[in-house]
Design a protein around this ligand. Structure first.
Ligand SMILES: Nc1ncnc2c1ncn2[C@@H]1O[C@H](COP(=O)(O)OP(=O)(O)O)[C@@H](O)[C@H]1O
Ligand SMILES: [Mg+2]
Length: 200
C-alpha cells in the first residue's frame, strides 16, 4: 500500500483502520457498502470518517482511478486520495453535497448554476492539463456542496491518459465540447442556456 501526503493529516484512528485494512483486508464494523458493481468494484463508506474505499474487482483494475487522482491531487475539484494499492483498492475523500442531477431536479438559481458551470470548466481544464479525458462523464459523478460552494468530480475509472498528450488546440476543442454537453444537459432539465457563458 502506498499513502499520499493527505494521509498524514488524517486522525490517528482513521490511519490505523486503513493500515489494518491492508494487513487483514477487513474493515471495521463502521463500514457500509454503498455500491456493488459486480464486475468493476465495490464501494464502501467508512462511517463517520468521511472516507470512501473503492475495492477493485477482476474486471476493473482501477489504474485510471488511482493515477488520475494522483495526477490531479493539487486540483480542488477532485477528491483527495489518501492510500492505494495498484489493482486492488483506493481510499479517497468522501465528497459532500448532492449530485448535479439531484440539484437540477430540485431546482437552483441562475447564479448558482453559473458558479457550477464555471467550476466545472475549471475542473475540465485541470483534467485536460494532465492529458486525461473522462469517458464516463455524467452529472451523477459531479457533486455540488451548496453550503461551501464546492464542486467535486468523482469516479475517474474511465479517465484515460493520452500517452502522447493533447495539443493546446485539441484541449480547447475538448473543453468546448464538454461545455456543449453540459448546456444540452441543462436544457434537458429545463434550464435555459446561459447567455453570459456564450463564447467561453
Ligand atoms: N469520493 C466519493 N464521495 C462520495 N460518494 C462517492 C465517492 N466515490 C464514490 N461514491 C459513491 O459511490 C458510487 C459508485 O462509485 P464510482 O466511483 O462511481 O464506482 P464505479 O466505477 O463502479 O461506477 C458513486 O456513484 C457515488 O454515489
Ligand atoms: Mg460510477
Amino acid at each position: 500500500m502506498l499513502v499520499t501526503n493527505y494521509f498524514y493529516d488524517l486522525p490517528e484512528e482513521t490511519k490505523e483502520s486503513i493500515y489494518l485494512y491492508e494487513y487483514n483486508l477487513i474493515l471495521s464494523k463502521e463500514v457500509e457498502i454503498i455500491q456493488l458493481h459486480r464486475k468493476r468494484s465495490i464501494v464502501y463508506e467508512m462511517k463517520n470518517k468521511g472516507i470512501i474505499l473503492k475495492k477493485f474487482l477482476s474486471e476493473g483494475k482501477g489504474d485510471n482511478d488511482i493515477y488520475a487522482l494522483l495526477e490531479l491531487n493539487s486540483s480542488p475539484y477532485f477528491p483527495k486520495i489518501y492510500a492505494y494499492k495498484k489493482r486492488e483498492f483506493l481510499f479517497v475523500e468522501k465528497v459532500n453535497g448532492k449530485t448535479l442531477s439531484q440539484v437540477l431536479k430540485e431546482g437552483i438559481t441562475n447564479n448558482e448554476l453559473k458558479e457550477i458551470v464555471l467550476k466545472m470548466i475549471e475542473a475540465k481544464k485541470d483534467m485536460m492539463n494532465v492529458d486525461r479525458y473522462d469517458f464516463d462523464f455524467k452529472f451523477e459523478h459531479i457533486y455540488w456542496d451548496t453550503e461551501n460552494s464546492t464542486l467535486k468530480w468523482i469516479d475517474l475509472g474511465a479517465c484515460v491518459k493520452n500517452p502522447i498528450g493533447y495539443s493546446e488546440e485539441e484541449k480547447k476543442k475538448r473543453i468546448k465540447y464538454c461545455i456543449n454537453q453540459v448546456k444540452q444537459q441543462f436544457a434537458k432539465y429545463g434550464y435555459s442556456l446561459l447567455d453570459n457563458l456564450e463564447g467561453l
